[in-house]
Design a binder for this molecule. Sequence first.
Ligand code: ANZ
Ligand code: ZN
Length: 836
Amino acid sequence: MTDTRFDPSLADGRWQLAWEEAGTFHADSSSAKPKSYILEMFPYPSGRIHMGHVRNYTMGDVLARYKKMRGYEVLHPMGWDAFGMPAENAAMEKKVHPGAWTRSNIEAMKAQLKRIGFALDWTREFATCDPEYYGHEQALFLALYEAGLVYRRSSEVNWDPVDMTVLANEQVINGKGWRSGAVVEKRKLDQWFLKITDFAEDLLEGLGELEDWPEKVRLMQENWIGKSSGLEFSFNLSNGEQLPVYTTRPDTIFGASFVAVAADHPVAQALGARDPLAAKFIEECKRGGTTAAELETAEKLGFRTDVTAKHPFTGEPMPLFVANFVLMDYGTGAVMGVPGHDQRDFEFATKYELPIGRVVASDLSKADEPMAGEAEPGDGVMVNSDFLNGLSVEHAKAEVIRRAEDGGWGNGTTVWRLRDWGVSRQRYWGTPIPFIHCDECGVVPVPKDQLPVTLPEDVDFETPGNPLERHPTWKHVDCPGCGGKARRETDTLDTFTNSSWYFLRFASQPDDKPFDADEAAQWMPVDHYIGGIEHAILHLLYARFWTRALNRIGLIDVKEPFAALFTQGMVTHETYQAGDGSWLSPDEVRKDGDDWVRIEDGAPVTVGRVVKMSKSKKNVVDPDHIIEKYGADAVRWFMLSDSPPERDLPWSESGIEGCWRFIQRLWRLFGQIDDAATGEDKALARKAHQAIVAVAEDIEALSFNKAVARIYELTSAAEKARPSDDRNFAIRTILHLISPMMPHLAEEAHAQLANDALIADARWPEHDPAMLVEDEVTIAIQHKGKLRDTLTAPKGASKEDLEALALASENVQRSLNGAEIRKVIVVPDRLVNIVT
Ligand code: ANZ
Ligand code: ZN
């Protein structure tokens, strides 16, 4: 090789084009090879690729290229999760059509991804805003409807009065809209729901088999599904009514000192109708937060009614409250309050001066021990509880349930936290829900041959609210049933539905249906799914649910979409702030001695914490600039180095420069292959064989940083070695081992070594098992209990040989200093101990 420097500005584009022209990364569904489906969570086309994307896709890319080298038919696709609010916000702010905005973002980001050289099958690319894609989604939605998994009901929603839209619970932050900041109201609306609760048990059980998922993600899903068992029973109220409550702690029933209902419970509503004070309290509750987490932390407030509830065992009357911490849509929307053993009840009882009694203690003698200023939710034995006294919590639960069931006033039940999934969104930029409302026929599905129901192009975003609702003509259609005048559904689907089945469409994309069952089944499940922990709950749960639902209606033969899941850490960077507190970007500042200053005017800069790169803190580094300066491979290598992939990766300029220098070192090394060289270098050859195995193991375990470290090590050894056959082998090995990580450098060097074929098509090097075993060992030599020397000897050398070698050592002779040797103890392969 003649060039002394590797020049990515030439090489990167050359090889990207070569791969594209050769169709190197096309996945062939009819291949006889074993399959490997590698998928990174597809991006939202926000406008530009950020370092988080680069890290995510580089990991998947290394895996994909590696699997190809191991003889797999690899499916590694890319597309765009293209519906959602930001496009509509852009439309409002910049007066561009959401579609145009999205398309141009996709184009820009695709060009960026191509510059990084990802091994993607671009022939399968799609955006969820393509009418073909969302048309197929509409067909699937109708199929789920036919199977009884879609229904419509009126339900209370979080209403953002400024954005004029329904918000998901997660979009309500401290009772305010996440985007608008407006105080969120509660409203009743007719909404579309997917029956995810039908699958609650199965979704929970399935988690047990997902061994290659992070434990914490499985736990988060388990908590979200939230299976609990307890007792549902009814209180007799003083007004003659019955009030069912749900408790997970029936054992504590003798500690109950009040009963409470949710503000929107029918009992509360009835009270509100006749008592203005109650009505006022109910109104106030509506303004509070709605999430369980918010209710947990908010001040517990209640309204004492004049009704009492009769204790089922003691017959004592207990006051009935309307309380803000009771949720209407969990259990029965009513609770028995046990202040001694439930923290919410404790706070409530303290505020309203209700009795706080102990019914669980560490042992029977502690029955009268006072409470220590907070509830004691833990385990123990029952006290102050009549016939339960002395029983364990567990036995007491069973006993109370038994008595309730015998007495006919209650039943042991299982309750789930998981709710059906409300998918209606009052937005334009989403999949239109394919239904028609007719005054005569009711809600009528759009006939399949009329799909896709496409979005109208001519919409205005001048006024807030749903543009589909306001559109002059779009919603007016004839009823497919009676032919009379009817209205289209103007709600669109939650964008989480778009990402709930996209992996099936990547696997198979016929024109006439969402996917072909057999072809999709060939690729599914996804073997490695890689993405951010922020999707640990909703996206993954919804995708698991859709796959199960499609499985139930016979469209796909798998139930679990993602066999293995990996959640990568973030890319982080220091933050910088000017004197006025405004954020500065890394290229607006420089180091000046020990201090940091603003480049523009030399003003002092405060360096802040190292946090996730984000636009809001301006601590971002644009991948494009870095690629322009150092090429794609340096960025890819940096993304894999230093930090374990599940941890955060602090971006550093010196780090990327180190990568750049390493690339040049490798380039020089590749140029030193000398086929005229002869001779052996056993130790180096052994290192190379070991690296072939170790790097493979590291990549399969996604321990990329370890693979990188091994490659550094082997490179240093090869650099130091003298020319030999074995050295050539070691260098060629390095070339192959780095090729999934630094594919442009690898192709360039491979070509310069007079290879016509692409290294992307090459096989992973073979290792020689015999070469993995160390055949030399280090022997310690001791005299007078101290280490005097070490020596290298062939493995399994005889005792006599080792003794002779030890005595030949100069250091040992000096230590012996002529003393008479009384005994020599030899531990083969380890130690020689000389006793004088
Ligand atoms: C009495 C009791 C005593 C309770 C005790 C707990 C501890 P998890 O475990 O999260 O499922 N609860 C029931 N329905 C509720 C609702 N709609 N809104 C708010 N809280 C509700 O929670 C179940 C427990 O939460 C139930 O058990 C009930 O309080 C309360 F030492 O009943 B418990
Ligand atoms: Zn009709």
